[in-house]
Design a protein around this ligand. Structure first.
Ligand SMILES: *[C@@H]1O[C@H](CO)[C@@H](O)[C@H](O)[C@H]1NC(C)=O
Ligand SMILES: *[C@@H]1O[C@H](CO)[C@@H](O)[C@H](O)[C@H]1NC(C)=O
Length: 518
C-alpha cells in the first residue's frame, strides 16, 4: 500500500469510516472520490481519472439497492460484465452477477462539470462498460466533462424473473437498475458533476432503454438532454403476455430440472440458468415469432415501472410523457446502413425474402413493401440482402427516428436529427462480410468516443457542444413541419447525402412492429 493510501486508512479509522479502496495497483491520490461515504481512488492517465465504483447490489431477481460497501471493487480497472446471453462477447472480460457498477472518466480535479451518462447497447442481453470503444478518456479530456458508463442487469437476470419472484409482476429489474444508477450518480458525484447538465445517451437498445425512462415515474429531472443513437424505433417494449411466454419456456427448460421455488432458483447455478435462457433466446425466432428479430427479450410495459408502451406514447401523446419534451433537447442519429448487420450471412433468394420480412412488417405490410416501386424488388435469382438491408434500415431506424423527431418537435421539444454517412468499423462487425464498405449498426460508436481521425474529431466536437449547451454547433433543430423526406436531417461525413423516406408510408401503409403487436 502506498504511503498516501496508508494515511487515508488511518484517517478513515479515526473517523470510523470504512477502509478506503485506494490500494489497487495504479491508484492515484489525484483521483480520490467518495461514494456512499467510502473513499475510492481511481487511476490517472493523461489527465483523466478512471474509476470504477459499485452503485448497487442485488440478489438474483430482486430489486437493486444502493450500496454501502465497495468491498472487493477493483476501482482502477474496468468492471466485470453482467452475465451475457451469448458466450464471451466481451473479449475475455470476466462476468459476475455482482455487476451493478459504473466506470467514471473525469478530468483531474473535476468540479461541477457537465456529464454524459452512457447506456451500452446489446439487445438488452449482452454488452458492458468494457465493450470495445467505450472509453470516455478523450471526451473527458478534450471537453472537460465527466463521462460515465453505467452497467445494468441483462437478459433473463434483468428482464424475466421467475413467477415465484417478488418482481414477477413488474419484471423490469434492468430499468430499475438504470434508475438507481442515475440517482446514485446524482447523490455521490455532486461535487464533480453539475447535476443540471446531465446528458443521458445510449446506442441501440441502450437508447431504447432511455425511451422506456420517458414514461417511467420519477425520472423527471434525472437528466436534461438525451442522445439516442441507432435506436431501433420500430420495436416497442413487450406486452406481459410475451414476457410470460418467455418465462414459461425458460423456467420449464430441462436445464433447470423442474425447480420452481424462488429460493431454489436463486440458489441454482448461474450456468444452468443461463443455458436455459440461451436455448430459449436462440429459438425465439420460431417459438415466439411476435418478438423482435435479434432482441427477443425486452422490458415489459403495463407495469408500475413502465406504465405505458413508450413508443406509442412518443408517437401519439408526446405531451403526456413523464419527461417533458420541452425540458429535454434530443439528439437522434442513425447510420447509413443500420440494417445491414441484420441480414443473413449468405445469399438470400427471393423465396426467403417474404418470410423474413413478415417478422418485421407483418403479412399485409410485407405485400405492400414487396410491390412498392421505390424498393423495386424483382423476382429473380439476384441476392436480396441489399433489399432487406435497406428495408430494415428504413423501417427500424432511419424513417422511424425521423417520425419520432417530428413528434418531439410538435410537443415543444428541441431535436437534432443526423445520419452517419461515415463510420469507423466496429469489432463486433468482423463476422459480417456484408458490412464491408457500409456504415453498419455500431460503426458510430468509435467516432462518438473520439476514435477515428478527423471524422471522430468532428463528431466529438459537435457532441460536446450539445452536451454542454443543449445545442450542437452548426446544426439547425428539426421542425415538426419538416417531413420525413430528409430536409432538416444533418449528413454526418461521407457522401453528405441524406436519403428520403416516403411520407405516409412507414407507420401508415406499412405499420411499424410496435403498432402490429401493441
Ligand atoms: C428495377 O430493377 C430492374 C432490375 O434490376 C431494373 O432493370 C429497373 O431499371 C429498376 N427500376 C427502377 C424504377 O429502379
Ligand atoms: C417468383 O418466381 C418464381 C419462379 O418463376 C415463381 O414460382 C413464384 O411464384 C414467383 N413469386 C411471386 C411472389 O411472384
Amino acid at each position: 500500500m502506498s504511503s498516501w493510501c496508508r494515511i487515508l486508512t488511518v484517517v478513515a479509522t479515526v473517523l470510523h469510516l470504512q477502509e478506503p479502496a485506494c490500494g489497487a495497483p495504479g491508484a492515484s491520490p489525484a483521483c480520490v472520490l467518495t461514494w456512499s461515504g467510502q473513499i475510492i481512488a481511481g487511476k490517472l492517465e493523461d489527465g483523466v481519472c478512471k474509476t470504477t465504483v459499485r452503485y448497487g447490489s442485488a440478489k438474483r431477481w430482486e430489486d437493486s439497492v444502493a450500496v454501502t460497501s465497495q468491498s472487493g471493487i477493483h476501482a482502477t480497472e474496468l468492471p466485470p460484465s453482467c452475465p451475457q446471453i451469448t458466450a464471451n462477447p466481451t473479449q475475455g472480460q470476466s462476468s459476475s452477477e455482482d455487476c451493478l457498477m459504473a466506470t467514471i472518466y473525469a478530468p483531474v480535479g473535476a468540479r461541477q462539470l457537465p456529464a454524459l451518462i452512457w447506456l451500452h447497447g446489446g439487445s438488452y442481453s449482452i454488452g458492458s462498460a468494457s465493450a470495445p470503444g467505450l472509453d470516455g478518456s478523450e471526451l473527458a479530456k478534450k471537453g472537460k466533462i465527466v463521462v460515465i458508463f453505467l452497467q445494468y442487469r441483462l437478459n433473463v437476470l434483468g428482464l424475466i424473473p421467475p413467477q415465484s419472484a417478488p418482481s414477477a409482476s413488474d419484471p423490469n429489474l434492468q430499468v430499475r437498475d438504470v434508475i438507481l444508477g442515475l440517482k446514485e450518480i446524482r447523490k455521490n458525484l455532486g461535487w464533480q458533476v453539475d447535476t443540471s447538465k446531465v446528458t443521458l445517451g445510449g446506442q441501440s437498445t441502450g437508447a431504447s432503454l432511455i425511451r422506456g425512462l420517458l414514461v417511467a415515474p420519477g425520472t423527471q429531472g434525472l437528466f436534461q438532454r438525451m442522445i439516442l443513437q441507432s435506436d431501433p424505433f420500430a420495436y416497442g417494449m413487450a406486452p406481459m403476455a410475451e414476457t410470460n411466454n418467455f418465462r414459461g419456456r425458460i423456467f420449464s427448460h430441462p436445464a433447470l430440472g423442474g425447480v420452481t421455488g424462488f429460493a431454489d432458483l436463486q440458489a441454482a447455478s448461474l450456468e444452468n440458468v443461463m443455458s436455459a435462457a440461451r436455448a430459449v433466446f436462440s429459438e425465439a425466432r420460431v417459438q415466439v415469432p411476435d418478438a423482435p428479430i435479434g432482441q427477443p427479450f425486452r422490458p415489459t410495459y403495463d407495469t408500475p415501472t413502465i406504465p405505458k408502451e413508450p413508443t406509442a406514447e412518443i408517437f401519439n401523446n408526446a405531451g403526456g410523457l413523464s419527461v417533458s419534451p420541452a425540458n429535454v433537447p434530443l439528439l437522434i442519429t442513425s447510420t447509413a446502413d443500420d440494417g445491414a448487420a441484420s441480414v443473413p450471412p449468405n445469399l438470400l433468394s427471393y423465396l426467403f425474402l417474404e418470410p423474413l420480412l413478415k417478422r418485421l412488417l407483418g403479412d399485409s405490410g410485407t405485400q405492400v413493401v414487396l410491390t412498392w416501386s421505390a424498393y423495386n424488388i424483382t423476382n429473380d435469382s439476384a441476392d436480396k440482402r441489399p433489399d432487406v438491408a435497406k428495408i430494415i434500415t428504413d423501417a427500424a431506424f432511419r424513417c422511424s427516428a425521423r417520425e419520432a423527431a417530428r413528434k418531439w418537435a410538435a410537443a415543444g421539444g428541441r431535436v437534432y436529427v443526423g445520419e452517419f454517412r461515415e463510420g469507423v468499423h466496429y469489432p463486433f462487425n468482423d463476422q459480417c462480410s456484408f458490412c464491408t464498405g457500409k456504415v453498419c449498426h455500431m460503426d458510430d460508436i468509435l467516432p462518438t468516443f473520439g476514435q477515428g481521425g478527423a471524422f471522430a474529431t468532428m463528431i466529438t466536437d459537435t457532441w460536446l457542444t450539445f452536451i454542454k449547451n443543449g445545442e450542437p454547433d452548426g446544426w439547425a433543430p428539426f421542425a415538426s413541419s419538416n417531413g420525413v423526406d430528409g430536409a432538416g436531417v444533418k449528413a454526418l461525413g461521407g457522401d453528405g447525402v441524406v436519403p428520403a423516406c416516403q411520407a405516409d408510408f412507414w407507420g401508415n401503409a406499412v405499420k411499424w412492429h410496435w403498432q402490429l403487436t401493441a
